[in-house]
Design a protein around this ligand. Structure first.
Ligand code: PMP
Length: 285
């Protein structure tokens, strides 16, 4: 990923892609004092840009640091980078971390760095191909409790168990893994939120120990606009036996129907189809 043309916004200026480097004694690398965002550009415009910039700042604050730029400045820097890269459809990765001034657990005086990179990452599937549904296996790791890790932050450290789970899933021939939470309730996939359709109503896990995705909230609104009831609650894994449709939501995943979770099979149906289409129309509208 590091060897390509283009520019990356790095601490206030656009620098050549290959020169956007950092020191090996970076606190963010050793101690995970790092937060990030994932955004998508549709028709040249970042979808829900300010919400993402606000979440980046909030994630940093949860890890005990303030970004050296305002949300408006992050918004402007993101637009500048998207424009410089010239893509009309792309993925955006803002990241903020503690620098290399102090080495040790404590790093109060380290500099806070911010970078924004943009690259092409097409939707995984066309709306039609999505309807086949992806296959999930159970993750070997659970989402930690809010008093075990700063679960409301989109913090890099929380992704350690996601990468482990996703690698294990892919090695077994699945596209992704479904994670339970620390209590044993259904939580989310490794980078996307979970929705179940039961008897025409949508049920989705209450995001009290994992990310309340921006796509999740968008899709809840879209479903309610269609008159579909959406219930946020704790959901037991055995409730999948009474579930007709399942889908995931996320900036990268968009709305992705699920055909299988472990031994449970599902056929993506009218609710998946409606929300895949509604989301596509909204982001491209
Ligand atoms: N959960 C996790 C662990 C994620 O990484 C993401 C992607 N950012 C999501 C949920 C979905 O969040 P969003 O809809 O804001 O992209």
């Amino acid at each position: 990923f590091d060897d390509r043309d283009g520019v990356i916004w790095y601490d206030g200026a656009l620098v050549p892609w290959r020169e956007a480097n950092l020191h090996v004694l970076t606190h963010g690398l050793h101690y995970a004092s790092c937060v990030f965002e994932g955004e998508r550009v549709y028709n040249g415009k970042v979808f829900k840009l300010t919400e993402h910039s606000e979440r980046l700042a909030a994630s940093a604050r949860i890890l005990g640091f303030d970004l050296p730029y305002s949300v408006a400045e992050i918004d402007a820097a993101t637009n500048e980078t998207v424009k410089a890269m010239g893509f009309t459809d792309a993925y955006v990765r803002p990241v903020a971390w503690r620098g290399s001034e102090m080495m040790g657990v404590a790093a109060q005086d380290s500099r806070i760095h911010v970078a924004i990179a943009v690259w092409q990452w097409p939707s995984y599937f066309s709306p039609e191909a999505k309807m086949a549904g992806i296959k999930l296996t159970w993750a070997p790791w659970r989402r930690p409790a809010p008093d075990t890790a700063p679960t409301a932050s989109k913090a890099a450290g929380l992704y350690m168990i996601c990468t482990l789970s996703k690698h294990e899933a892919e090695a077994k021939g699945y596209q992704d893994a479904l994670m339970l939470d620390y209590r044993g309730y259904l939580a989310e996939a490794t980078g996307a939120n979970l929705f179940l359709v039961m008897d025409g109503k949508i049920h989705t896990p209450k995001p009290d120990c994992f990310l309340d995705g921006i796509t999740r909230r968008t899709v809840i609104d879209l479903a309610r606009k269609r008159g579909i009831e959406v219930i946020e609650r704790h959901i037991q894994p055995d409730e999948l036996a009474n579930t007709q449709e399942v889908f995931l939501t996320g900036t990268a995943a968009e709305v992705t129907p699920v055909g299988q979770i472990g031994d449970h099979s599902f056929t993506p149906g009218p609710v998946c189809e409606a929300l895949v289409k509604d989301y596509d129309a909204l982001v491209r509208g």
